[in-house]
Design a protein around this ligand. Structure first.
Ligand code: MN
Length: 240
């Protein structure tokens, strides 16, 4: 109920906020937790809880990296998104849109960062790896030829990001196909309309303590912690 109300409020916001509202509506029925606030701020995003202990992803990702990644980096994107939304609300209140270009940039960067980190931490876990099953497995086969062909493309896309970014497996509702996208930072090089299902964070903060410059080794090991059951659950929300 609270989320529904929040979404309705979002829909009457700016174009950018409307896009974000649609995104969070489409992403999941258990959308990111938000708190309503009175006054100019429409709502406040909350940092999702890490669904497992910090050391649960060992030895693929070390405890310290998970702790800093979730509690500091992810938290900073949540705070950056809230700050951008607050500035937008104040701009609407005062009808002063002088800083709108900068705020829009902050909204795209932090909003995308929040969504991608949420999916990242939610779709990896201990006792994971392997391959997807059911309809998702069928569509991976249909759209990429085989699971191995899918993984090879996904891993290459993730390994070859220039600088900081992501490999993304997404569902494209308008074409009803799975797609692999590469994102630089959080928001660049992506394609509108793809809903992220499973993502590989290749910012150095995701792997540097353990792997240093060996990003390809991190990406190869990442296959061992993808929780395909969680990816399938997410997929079923778009393709029942
Ligand atoms: Mn990250």
């Amino acid at each position: 109920m609270r989320n529904e109300l929040t979404r309705r409020e979002l829909m009457v916001g700016t174009g950018a906020a409307t896009t974000l509202g649609l995104l969070s509506t489409l992403l999941s029925s258990d959308a990111l937790a938000v708190q309503e606030q009175k006054g100019s701020q429409v709502f406040v995003h909350e940092l999702p809880k890490l669904p497992y202990p910090y050391d649960a992803l060992e030895p693929v990702i070390d405890k310290k990296t998970v702790e800093i990644h979730h509690d500091k980096h992810f938290a900073a994107y949540v705070s950056g998104l809230n700050s951008a939304l607050d500035k937008l609300a104040k701009a609407r209140e005062s009808q002063d849109f002088a800083g709108i270009r900068c705020v829009s940039d902050d909204l795209a960067f932090n909003g995308s960062g929040v969504v991608l980190h949420w999916i990242y931490f939610d779709t990896i876990g201990p006792k994971a790896g392997g391959k997807p099953e059911g309809k998702l497995a069928e569509l991976i086969h249909r759209d990429f030829g085989s699971f191995d062909a899918f993984w090879k493309q996904f891993a290459e896309v993730s390994k070859t990001v220039q600088g900081s970014g992501w490999g993304v497996l997404g569902w494209e509702p308008f074409s009803k196909r799975l797609v692999i996208l590469q994102a630089e930072k959080h928001q660049n090089l992506t394609s509108w309309g793809g809903m992220p299902l499973m993502v590989c964070d290749v910012w150095e903060h995701a792997y540097y303590l353990k792997y240093q410059n060996r990003r390809p080794e991190y990406v190869d090991n990442f296959a061992k912690i993808i929780d395909w059951k969680k990816v399938e659950e997410r997929f079923k929300k778009y393709v029942p």
